[in-house]
Design a protein. Structure first.
Length: 258
């Protein structure tokens, strides 16, 4: 039996990287998938790919860092599929900044994408679920850096730590509405975005993945398809009554020391 039969799943930042992996995994498990993204070409290509595999898929062009576009993406998903049963907040901004060199503009950009967008996407989806008296599930993609992070991730950490608190707050507020909300603190993951980040900000060469993997306990970076399967599990009824959990999805153990 599929894990998400006929569930309508909206995925922000779903056109590439982890978001696209989640879209593919959800579609394989029977979901109707709507993905948002700023770039039309990869979004339409992914929707076409999923459709060719027999799924129902919709691309919604949106910059979720703009509140009205975030809200409109929920409206578009409802217009396309009649409802939204599940939401995945996978859109993220990882540009660098320390406490000393972060500008107000950079800080605001991180808050807009990494905190404000999930807030108002959840607001719109939960409002629809409550109005319909329907159960639902939400997964917020966070980061291990929310626990403290590197010095060059100050605004990113601030936003992701805020999202961790928001995840627990919203889960508590809507547990009696049968809306389950959980988060994943993911570790170092092999995505197109991470490749761009390593090359742009850290001068990485073509062998950065091999070097990174060699430094990690399991000998490899986290893989998007592995995370996607876990997200689908949390979205599904198979994860039972779990809500308000922010799970560390990583190969390093917080508080553990060699």
């Amino acid at each position: 039996m599929p894990l998400l039969p006929d569930r309508v799943v909206l995925i922000s930042g779903g056109t590439s990287g982890l978001g696209a992996a989640i879209a593919r995994a959800a579609a394989r498990e029977g979901a109707l998938v709507a993905v948002t993204g700023r770039r039309r070409e990869p979004g339409e290509a992914l929707a076409a790919e999923l459709t060719a595999c027999g799924a129902k898929a919709l691309f919604i062009r949106a910059d979720v860092g703009e509140v009205e576009q975030a809200r409109a993406s929920v409206t578009a998903a409802v217009a396309g599929f009649g409802r939204v049963d599940s939401l995945v907040n996978a859109a993220g901004l990882t540009s660098r900044g320390t406490l000393l060199d972060t500008t107000p503009e950079l800080f605001d950009a991180h808050i807009a994408v990494n905190l404000k967008a999930p807030f108002f996407l959840m607001q719109a989806v939960v409002a629809d679920l409550v109005a319909r008296k329907a159960p639902g599930t939400i997964v917020n993609v966070l980061s291990m850096s929310a626990h403290g992070g590197q010095p060059y991730l100050a605004p990113y950490v601030a936003a992701k730590a805020g999202l961790a608190g928001l995840t627990r707050n919203a889960a508590h507020a809507h547990r009696r509405d049968r809306i389950r909300i959980n988060g994943l603190n993911i570790g170092w993951t092999d995505t197109e975005g991470e490749d761009e980040t390593q090359r742009r900000f850290h001068g990485a060469g073509d062998d950065w993945r091999e070097k990174a993997g060699a430094s990690l306990p399991m000998g490899k970076l986290g893989q998007p398809d592995e995370i996607a399967d876990f997200v689908v599990f949390l979205l599904s009824d198979r994860s039972g009554v779990v809500t308000g959990s922010v799970i560390d999805w990583d190969q390093n153990v917080l508080g553990g020391f060699d």
